[in-house]
Design a protein around this ligand. Sequence first.
Ligand SMILES: O=C(O)c1cc(C(=O)O)c2c(n1)C(=O)C(=O)c1cc(C(=O)O)[nH]c1-2
Ligand SMILES: [Ca+2]
Length: 696
Amino acid sequence: GDGAGVTTERLLNAEKTPQEWLTYGGTYDEQRYARLSQIDKKNADELGIAWTYDLATSRGVEATPIIVDGVMYLTGAWSIVYALDAKTGKELWVYDPKVSGEAAAKSCCDVINRGVAVYGDKVYVGVFDGRLEALDAKTGKLVWSTVTVDQSKPYTITGAPRIVKGRVLIGNSGSEFGVRGYVSAYDAETGALDWRFFITPNPDKKPDGAASDEAFARLGNDTWGDEGAWKTDGGGGTAWDSIVYDQVNDTVLVGTGNASPFNPKIRDPKGNGDNLFLSSILALDADTGAYKWHFQTTPRDMWDYTATQSIILADLPLGKDGAKRRVVMQAPKNGFFYVLDAATGEFISGAPFAHQTWATGLDDKGRPIENPAARDSEAGFLAIPAPSGAHNWHPMAYNPDTGLVYLPAQQMAQFVQDRPVDRTNPMRWNPGYDFAAGLPPTYPAGTLEEVRKNLTGTLMAWDPVVQKPAWVYPHSGPFNGGLLTTETGLVFQGDIKGYFMALDGSTGQKLWGMNLKSGIQAAPSTYEIDGEQYVAVATGWGGSWALNWGFAWDKAVAPDVGRVFVFKLGGKGTVPDPMQDTVEKTPKAEPIKDAALVQKGFVHYAENCMVCHGPLAISSGVLPDLRWSYVSASKEGFHDVVINGALSDNGMISFAKHLSADDAEAVRAYVLDQAWLAVKNGDASAPSKPEAPKTN
Ligand SMILES: O=C(O)c1cc(C(=O)O)c2c(n1)C(=O)C(=O)c1cc(C(=O)O)[nH]c1-2
Ligand SMILES: [Ca+2]
C-alpha cells in the first residue's frame, strides 16, 4: 500500500472522527453512536436517497457498511466484498471468494455475512467456508488467505472480523450441527495464528496448547461430565457474532453461543454442571488470549440461548452523585438485560426485557432462577423466548446523551420436546430434540397457533440504569434491523418489511420513514463527506428467520434483491422497482393420493428440508417455495435434484446419503400435498387446465 491506512491509533480514537465509520460497531465501544449533527429532529423529514447500489443477491444481507477515507466497504451474501465510492456509490471493486454450494449446505441461517474489518491498507473478511482473508483495500486483490477451521466439520463463518492491536480476531458458527467453538487472533500483516481460545473443553479434558488451557484446567473441565455427545459434537459455544475490544481494560470480550447438542441429556448425560463457557460473556487478555473473567447468562443451556448478541461498553452514571462506572451491556437471547462491571465481570444488575417462561428472575449474582418445568423436556415445554431469542444478532445501540439503549426486541415461542431423534446426519440441525419433526400433527393441539400468536417485535428504548423500558415502538413482527443513534438524539432502524425510519430517541416518535421494498435486517451507519452527512443501510431479506420460519410470513414480505441505500438531506434518488416474482403460485403436478406416503414425506421433509425451505413447506421467498417449484412436477426431476444433486452449485446438495429414492418421492408427495392444501385454503390457485373441447 501507499500509506499506513487505518492505524491502531485511529481505531483507538474513532470517536473523534465521526465522519468515518471505522469498525463494525462504529468505535471499539460498539455503541453505534455518532457525533454527527447535520441531520436532526427538525430536518429528518427532508431525508432522501443520495444513491443506491445493487448487491445482486436475493439472500440475506447483514453487513454494517464501514466507511474509511471516502470508501464504503461491506459484504453481501456468500461473503462477497464490495468497495464503493461512499459519496457517489460508484463501484470500485468486488471480491468474490467463491464459496461452494457444498459449504453453503452447512448454514444454519443462510449464507449471510456481517461485514468486513479494515486495517492498514487491507480489508479483512471471514468467508463462509471458514477462510479468513486479507484483501488489498485499493484493488480488492487477495493478499493472504488462511483456513481457520477443520473444513470436514460443519463449521461456517458469518461474523465480522475485529482488529485489536494489529491482530484480526475471528470466531465461527455451527452449534446447531455439532462443532467446538473458538475464537482466534491472527497477525493482520501475515495471517499467522497468534492465539486461540476454545469455548468448550478438549474432548479428553487435556490441554490443547491454546490460550484456553489454564481456564479449562482451573474452571471449565469440571463443569462437564466425562461422557456424552459433547465429546464428539464439540459442545458448541460458537462465537459467531460479538467480539468487542475494551481499550480501557485492554480486554477482548467475546459473546459465546449455545450448547451443541441442545439437549443436555444427550450432550452431558452424567454431568450436572454449568457447561462453561457456553452462553457467556468471556473476557480475554488482548495480547495473549488468556482468561480474565466470564459471566454465564444461561448455565447448562438447552434452549439455544446464545450470548453472542451485541456487547456495548459504556460509562454509566451508577455511582454516588452520578459517578460513572465502566460497564458491559448485553441483551442475549434469554430475555434478560445485563449490566456488568467491565473490569471484573461483576454482576451489577439485570432485568427481563421480554416475556419469559423459562426463568422467573435472577438471583443477586445474576444467575437465572429457572422454572422447573422448563427442563422437563419429555413432557414438552413451550419455551419463550424461542431459539430465535428475545433479541437475536441485530445490533443494539447506546446513546450517552439520552442514556438509553435501543434494542430490537422480540417475542417468539418454540415447543421443545425430548423424543428419540436420529442424529446420524452431520449436515442437518442436530439439537437432540424432536425440534424439526415435531411440528403438527405430532405437537399437542394448539401449539402452532400458540407459536404464531407469539410473533411480535419492537424497538425498545431501554434505560440500563433503572433497568426498565423508557418507550416501546411496536413492529409488525420479529427480526427487525439493527440500530444507529446520533448526537442529535435520532435513532435509525429498518424493519423486516423494508421500512426504514428515523425516530426521536427520547420519545419514540417517528419523524421520517421510507419504504425500501426489501426486508431490512442490517444496522445502518453514518458518515460525512464534503460537509454532507450520510446514513447508509443495506437491505436484504434472509437470515435465520426468513429461512427457517417463513410460514409466518408467506404473505407479508416480498423478497427482493439486496441493496445499499444511502440517504442525505435533500437527496432526490428513488427506490428501484422490486424484482418481479415470476413464480406462479400453483401446484405443478396432481396430488399423490397416498396418505402413508405423504406422512412419511412429512417426517423426512421436517428432518431434512425444513430449516432451509420452511416449516410446512412454506418458504418465505429466500429459497424457492417447493410447493410452486417445477422441480416437484415429476418424480424424475425431483430425484435429479434431491438425490443426484443437480442444483448443488446453489447450495442444494445431494441428499443421497440420507434419503433413498423412495424417501425423495415421499417428500415430493408431501410437498404436493401442501401445495394442494394451499389451493383448498384459498392461498393459491389450481393450475389452469387446457379448456375441454366444446361439444354441442
Ligand atoms: O450456533 C451457531 O453457531 C449459530 C450461528 C449463527 C450464524 O452464524 O448466523 C446463528 C445462530 N447460531 C443462531 O442461533 C441464530 O439464531 C442465528 C440467527 C442468525 C441470522 O443471521 O439471522 N444467525 C444465527
Ligand atoms: Ca445457535
